[in-house]
Design a protein around this ligand. Structure first.
Ligand code: MIG
Length: 696
């Protein structure tokens, strides 16, 4: 059951929820609330040891209890335990325990979730804005509460099938020949590849919807050439518009009055890559429509995948901040620069970036109302990526495109995916990558993943290999790195053969991953789940923070420690461990419920198949375009009988509901102990592999 509560008068409709139930007039259950200096505070006691799940993109555990998260989208690349907010603000959480409920705080502004941090026995939710809405969701299980919430916020974005293939990216590919080289090196190393990301380097002077005439003058040919090999380009689009006459987006935006304004009503100025920029007012539908249709420049080249960056929005500096900094420089210039002044200088320079004073100094126009940015801050990236998605739908109807964003808010999950931002080549970031998956899935973000290998910092063979072993399951599997660190393409490493085999395993898993993904999107389910969601009565399972369920049939327990040749896992039921060093080289190990040490050398990846479940596997190919999902192997761990609903489609169009996309696959053990197969669709060729208790 879902109930909606209104607090004050919301300044805008976030459009996180499209179909709103009538508001409830009775007082909100579970919570007491009062107005405090920091905002409206909703307080609720927490049961001892009861986990709290959700909040989407954040650091720390799957169980979010024990920290104070502040949702105000930001771009901090230090994803450490004390980071209070990341690029997204996803204000949904589920409190478990004897009484279980979900809460969604629908607000465009800053919301703080103090989950047993200041007081270990309390949840305090503080909304800085007086006007906001709260949805309270009750249900009989964690899964049910999430499903109800997901129905409320609407169906999650489904990208084209090719977006599930391996993506190679890097900040710093200098010209189109370098892109060609990435493709040919990948092919020479026998590594599957579906797309190559283009970072800001491809643009002309960091202007959106342009290509550098010297280095990327042949972008259209490049796109065509690679397209013929089944490889797609995925260019970046940034939030800032360069102030420069002749820059079409600038000229039009100024003329139409489509940029956000400063106090005096002039186009607001903030700096990003090209230096001083204006920022489209994406909260306005007509601005989204205008900006979104500029993607035509790229779609005309056959490009159908895009990523949106710097849309928190990130501001390197404003004229105010710069002037203030220069004043401080003057003030300290001729002094001895003692510790205080030195600190002041450093802090002032640092504070030029993403300063709250600046976020309070520009305005949106929402339905004719002038609204200061910091009150709707969390909606900016959401509406930027939405602009792309809406216009692409218009320009390429009934055709799926890839769009993923850095900044987000609940609502964007209907339009795009997100990546997890500027992580590091740290072992603990493999784990963080995994832990964020279920939290994001709860909030509707299914198409997500992290920069594989880590964005900042130099990666090593073993780190990249172990990371690939996790990323083999994440819908977005993109290796991306910063221009300041070593290159990270797999073919450059000594152990590239292992990397190739891990990426091939990803392609082998695709028919299962794609089937599970689309079904989860259509049914409002989570593809990645904490163990607690599937085994709520199992106290041990509830505490597990380094294993998750993936789809209907699998549990994963990735290795995230350097030099380890295995790890401890907890099995909440009997399962079959599948240990493989390539799609063909496999071992099946029956394991009983309980604690185990499972060995997995660097070249071995392990995952676990649940009892009476099966997965659908494909034959890896150079890319998804060359794969045939109608030719599959089903790997079965089935004692007596089991059925699986296998989803597949053409990967491009949108008639998801077509019953022809579903094949029911049933296997049953006959009198001889052999598995026999029944299927609803004879066009899918199925080979059955029985991995049930091979040891017995
Ligand atoms: O702060 O475009 O998250 O993926 O490579 C750096 C350059 C700006 C941040 C993105 C990252 C991208 C980078 N951008």
């Amino acid at each position: 059951m879902i109930r909606r509560y209104l607090f004050g008068e919301p300044i805008v409709d976030t459009e996180g929820v499209l179909d709103k139930p009538n508001p409830c007039m009775e007082p909100i259950p579970y919570f007491s609330w009062k107005k405090k200096e920091e905002g409206i505070c909703l307080r609720c006691p927490l049961e001892k040891n009861a986990p709290v799940y959700g909040l989407g993109q954040n650091v720390r555990g799957i169980n979010k209890r024990g920290f104070r998260y502040v949702h105000f989208t930001g771009s901090n690349a230090q994803h450490v335990d004390t980071l209070a907010s990341m690029y997204g603000s996803h204000n949904f959480l589920v409190v478990s325990g004897k009484t279980m409920f979900g809460v969604f705080v629908d607000s465009p502004g800053r919301v703080t979730f103090d989950i047993g941090f200041t007081d270990p026995d309390e949840l305090n939710i503080i909304s800085e804005l007086d006007g906001f809405e709260v949805y309270l969701i009750e249900g009989n299980s964690l899964k049910e509460i999430v499903r109800e919430f997901r129905q409320l916020i609407g169906q999650s974005y489904i990208p084209p099938k090719w977006a599930f293939g391996y993506q190679q990216c890097r900040w710093g590919y200098q010209n189109s020949d370098e892109i060609r080289k990435v493709a040919s090196e990948m092919q020479a190393a026998g590594i599957p590849l579906d797309s190559i990301g283009l970072d800001i380097d491809y643009m002309d002077g960091y202007k959106n919807f342009t290509a550098d005439p010297e280095n990327y003058g042949d972008l259209a040919e490049l796109s065509k050439e690679l397209g013929e090999q089944g490889i797609r380009l995925v260019p970046i689009i940034d939030a800032g518009t360069k102030i420069e006459k002749g820059n079409v987006v600038y000229d039009e935006g100024v003329e139409k009055g489509y940029f956000v304004k400063d106090e005096e009503g002039n186009d607001f100025v903030g700096a990003v890559w090209p230096g001083r920029c204006h920022f489209p007012d994406f909260l306005r539908p007509e601005v989204r429509d205008w900006f979104g249709h500029h993607y035509k420049y790229l779609t005309d080249m056959g490009i159908e995948g895009f990523w949106n960056d710097m849309n928190e929005p990130t501001l390197f500096f404003t004229n105010r901040g710069l002037k203030h900094t220069m004043d401080v420089v003057d003030e300290v210039r001729d002094t001895q620069l003692d510790i205080k002044r030195r600190r002041k200088l450093i802090d002032t320079v640092g504070a030029m970036r993403n300063n709250l004073i600046d976020y309070k100094s520009f305005y949106h126009n929402v339905d004719g109302k002038k609204i200061v940015h910091d009150k709707v801050h969390n909606l900016y990236g959401y509406n930027m990526a939405r602009a792309a998605s809406e216009a692409l739908d218009d320009m390429l109807p009934n055709h799926r495109t890839l769009v993923f964003s850095r900044s987000s808010c609940i609502g964007l999950h209907r339009y795009a995916g997100i990546w997890q931002g500027d992580n590091q080549s740290w072992w603990q970031h493999i784990l963080l990558n995994m832990k964020m998956m279920p939290s994001l899935n709860m909030c509707g973000f299914l198409f997500t993943g992290a920069d594989v290998g880590g964005f900042h910092g130099n990666t090593s063979d073993d780190l990249l290999i172990r990371w690939l072993q996790l990323a083999a399951f994440t819908p977005l599997m993109r290796n991306h790195s910063a221009n300041s660190c070593n290159r990270q393409e797999p073919y450059l490493f000594k152990q590239k053969g292992i990397m190739r085999d891990m990426i091939k395993i990803r392609y082998m898993l695709l028919p299962y991953l794609y089937s599970e993904f689309v079904k989860c999107a259509l049914n409002g389910d989570m593809m990645f789940r904490p163990l607690a969601f599937d085994y709520p009565g199992d106290k041990m399972a509830v505490e597990v923070e380094d294993q998750v369920m993936v789809g209907d049939a699998l549990m994963i327990a990735p290795i995230y420690t350097q030099n380890a040749n295995g790890r401890y896992v907890y099995l909440p039921e009997d399962m079959v461990a599948i240990r493989l060093s390539s799609p063909e080289e496999r071992e099946y190990i029956s394991m009983e419920k309980g604690h185990h040490y499972i060995s997995a050398e660097l070249n071995q990846m392990v995952f676990f198949l649940r009892k009476d479940k099966m997965i659908t596997l494909g034959e890896p190919a150079a890319n998804t375009e060359h794969m045939n999902f109608q030719n599959i192997e089903v790997l079965c761990n089935v004692e007596t009988e089991s059925c699986y609903s296998f989803y597949d489609d053409d990967g491009f169009t949108k008639d998801y509901e077509n019953p022809e996309h579903y094949t029911t696959i049933c296997v049953a053990r006959d009198a001889n102990g052999e598995l026999s197969l029944k299927t609803s669709n004879l066009e899918v060729n199925i080979k059955v592999t029985d991995v049930t208790s091979k040891n017995k």
